[in-house]
Design a protein around this ligand. Sequence first.
Ligand code: SAH
Length: 364
Amino acid sequence: MKKDILSYTYGELQDEIAALGEKPFRAGQVYEWLHVKHVGDFARMSNLSKALREKLAGEYDIYTVSPVERRQSKLDGTNKFLFRLHDGNTVESVLMRYKHGASVCISSQVGCRMGCRFCASTLGGLERNLAPSEMLSQVYAVGEIVGERISHVVVMGMGEPLDNYDNFVKFVRMLTDGYGLHLSQRNVTVSTCGIVPGILDLAEENLQITLALSLHGSTQEKRRELMPVANRYELSEVLAACDAYFEKTGRRITFEYSLVGGVNDTDEDARKLIAVARPRNCHVNLIPVNPVRERGFRRPGKKAALDFRQKLIRAGVNATIRREMGTDIDGACGQLRQRHGVEAGLSTSCPDGKAGIQTKKPEF
Ligand code: SAH
């Protein structure tokens, strides 16, 4: 297999170019083609000699993602993309347009091994990690397709980013350094189900990204019902890791809380969530669950969700209900890929063709 040139940092690419016996400035030219002009073919790098272009093509591949399907919301400009990777696997990315700019939600793995009971992305278990190139390329491809500058990136698509730690951190550095898209680190958010060592390591990376914790239950027992990862890491440890992240980075934590009717949206749940959130400098993002019929998980009504939020607000907790984007093009997260997986006979297909039932045992 050829080397993955799009995953090299600027410094690493300088070393590669030097090893090829080329002048140092060539590294800057190649990096610009890849990360600024988003050219996925060495033959089109017109300021390089033909000999160098051929040398590069002999040693390296450019692992860009290719669009398979695009859906556009007529309601709010949200676009959902299915991308094919070089090995035939597929991942989803979503473009959301806000007043503050264009935000891309990317996937960090093909599949996921965390097994959260309400999440469709985990159905076939983990297929593989994404390389930094494949995460970057999702952002680049969306920007190129829609012809807009991407200002925000959220790592909240398929996969658990902190289960792919090194590639994820490298991706963030390359996304935000001065040589490529040069996004502000403050405009990058990573969402985790709560991998404690990953959160603690991330706190030491000297990054200014926002950490979002998928909380979903405010007691250890509740959380364990919904998220197998809680068997490995107790809620108290997860919260201590979030506190450490806040202390080190000064970045306010976001707690994501999928509201599941009758499961975690009672008065008592609100009280317990307040007990977690009030002492912390945090923001609670309530997400009415995308229904998972087979589990009997249902979305609470609009009023119930508003009432739940109101209880938090009255207690002094900063809480919002996530604005639903692209409801007309949506299914639950991950379903676009699943449908294609079934059609294409990929290993991600769900035996009974339904979403929401976990078919592979989680790893915890
Ligand atoms: N693995 C990471 C990021 C991917 S999921 C994490 O767990 O945070 C992004 C967010 O969507 C998480 O908060 C996740 O719990 C939530 N989510 C997954 N399935 C959902 C569903 N059916 N309804 C609502 N939110 C869901």
